[in-house]
Design a protein around this ligand. Structure first.
Ligand code: HEC
Ligand code: HEC
Length: 197
């Protein structure tokens, strides 16, 4: 059985697939990605289970960003053991299929929370949109989608990046952009992103 959401993803991916083929870039099979995700990813990356609230949502991640994160796991620049293991195991075609599938979905929208107004002003001041796109939905240049990401996961990523334990794009490690952010400011940025879609 294939859900209507998955069907939408497949048809959207079929369209973008045409464009990609026209550009000569590698393309994936969203239906194959859907099957693989159901078998291997939803147990952790589920957008419906509250129990997984610290894990990243993958819906709506642009293909380039998905593939860049995948590469970071296979090159062990990111070290979460389960992801490093999957990056070793799955083929390039699998990764393209998964990227195609997730790129065509949308993350759920979280309610605005108390911090999100402060976070919006801070994101404007720090110009996160310069790289992450006008609506913070990520870009084909590899910047990740921030809109709709779970607040707890964004906080976790920003803490790692502020401490220099995870790189942030091509910036110096630790990225000076985050050096002066307090924990409260990081939480408000994350609340703002989670309230977007
Ligand atoms: C057992 C749990 C588990 C399973 C199963 C799992 N993941 Fe993950 N995944 C994680 C964790 C934990 C992280 C965050 C790692 C970190 O903080 O560095 C992650 C991170 C990621 C990221 C980076 C997201 C971001 O925005 O930073 C991607 C992409 C990803 N997983 C894809 C997948 C795909 C595709 C599958 C299925 C083929 C999968 N994962 C299966 C636990 C899992
Ligand atoms: C110079 C370009 C640039 C700017 C400016 C920028 N980012 Fe990024 N960011 C990137 C790139 C590229 C990635 C994806 C690669 C990576 O994770 O290193 C990324 C990844 C991230 C991630 C990880 C997302 C995930 O799903 O794993 C977070 C969180 C983040 N950025 C937050 C921010 C915030 C907050 C701002 C504004 C204060 C910001 N970025 C400004 C380029 C940028």
């Amino acid at each position: 059985m294939i859900s209507s959401r998955a069907r939408q993803a497949v048809s959207a991916a079929a369209l973008s697939g045409c464009l990609l083929v026209a550009n000569g870039a590698a393309t994936g099979d969203a239906a194959a990605g859907d099957r693989l995700a159901a078998a291997r990813c939803v147990s952790c990356h589920s957008s419906t289970e509250a129990i997984h609230s610290t894990l990243p949502l993958l819906e709506g991640q642009p293909k380039a960003a998905f593939i860049a994160q995948w590469r970071a796991f296979s090159e062990r620049k990111r070290t979460a053991p389960v992801m490093v293991g999957l990056a070793e195991e799955l083929s390039e075609q699998d990764v393209n299929d998964l990227a195609e599938y997730y790129a065509a979905l949308l993350p759920p929208r979280a309610a605005e929370s108390s911090g999100s107004k402060t976070g919006r002003a801070l994101a404007d001041r720090l110009r996160c949109t310069d790289c992450h796109g006008e609506a913070l939905q990520g870009t084909s240049a590899g910047a990740a989608r921030l809109a709709g990401q779970r607040a707890l996961y964004t906080v976790w990523s920003l803490l790692l990046m502020r401490g220099g334990n995870r790189s942030h794009g091509t910036a110096a490690k630790p990225d000076p952009l985050f050096a002066n952010l307090s924990n409260a400011e990081i939480e408000s940025l994350a609340a703002h992103f989670a309230s977007l879609r």
